[in-house]
Design a protein around this ligand. Structure first.
Ligand code: F6R
Length: 274
């Protein structure tokens, strides 16, 4: 796990966007794993600005989102499909036919969505870069505490905590789903590269456990410690409970000096090597 600490959430977004742009520079047909939630919105804004400035194109990109609620029409303003359209897809040149979410159409057995989604990801060549946020309880995607570390895309029932955390996005009286289809933990670990973003003090405890705690299904994000290419991108508030904070900052400085001496482009960054 590489831990990067930035001053604020805007710098986190710029860095995450840099990683995505670097990937697209040498692989225009990249497969991106995308997330919803408040955290990645700033990154999507940076990407949109760079697209508008002609610095990046998503024409040949395929995307797979982590999760989608069960029980909402995709046209519902609360669906993750609508979220992605609003915050990214509608403004960039990605082909909508190549943007996938694990959606369950009305009347469809939600248990059939996962295996199809897994096949689609494999057929697309696998995910080159997965963007993740983290829940206050350590969930990634909707893999709640207790999720099998070997799980694949499937139906998950949200914990009361996640349900309450997400209720801020629904108006009173709106139907709020308590189930979702989510990529599994093993599905996420199959991605070639993972960027975990966390901003704000309310994520500090979950980040401490993720980076410095023991691997446990009760804190699903800890499993990322086993992945070869994970970058944890934090603002100072989200990093504030890390015991070895000074060390991570020292490592960052040393790596910056290697990059300054030997080149810091994607070609020269081992994180991008297959
Ligand atoms: C989103 C997702 C969730 C969120 C997490 C953090 O697709 O799968 O795991 O990343 O709940 O959400 P925010 O960013 O709203 O704090």
């Amino acid at each position: 796990m590489e831990v990067f600490i930035f001053k604020d959430s805007q710098q986190v977004a710029e860095y995450a966007a840099d990683m995505i742009c670097n990937l697209l520079d040498f692989k225009s047909r990249a497969v991106l794993g995308l997330a919803t939630g408040t955290t990645p919105i700033a990154t999507y804004e940076v990407l949109i600005n760079r697209f508008r400035a002609g610095q990046i194109s998503f024409k040949r990109v395929t995307s797979f989102n982590l999760d989608e609620y069960i029980g909402l029409q995709s046209s519902s303003p609360h669906s993750y499909r609508s979220f992605m359209n609003k915050h990214l897809f509608d403004t960039i040149d990605i082909d909508p036919a190549r943007t996938y979410l694990p959606e369950c159409s009305p009347g469809q057995d939600p248990r059939s969505v996962g295996p199809d989604y897994e096949q689609r990801i494999v057929a697309a060549g696998g995910i080159d870069l997965q963007l993740l946020g983290i829940g206050g309880n350590g969930h990634i995607g909707f893999n709640e505490p207790g999720s099998s570390l070997g799980s694949r895309t499937r139906v998950k029932v949200l914990t009361q905590r996640t349900f309450e955390d997400n209720s801020r996005l629904f108006n009173e009286g709106d139907f709020q789903p308590h189930m979702a289809v989510t990529m599994g933990i093993a599905t996420i670990l199959d991605a070639r590269r993972i960027l975990l973003l966390a901003t704000g003090e309310h994520k500090a405890a979950a980040i401490k456990d993720t980076v410095e705690g023991a691997i446990s299904a009760m804190h699903p994000a800890t499993v990322l410690q086993q992945h070869q290419r994970v970058r944890v991108i934090l603002d100072e508030a989200a990093a504030s409970q890390l015991e070895h904070l000074d060390y991570y900052q020292w490592v960052q400085l040393q790596n910056d000096s290697i990059a300054a001496k030997h080149g810091g482009s994607a070609d020269e960054d081992p994180w991008f090597h297959n």
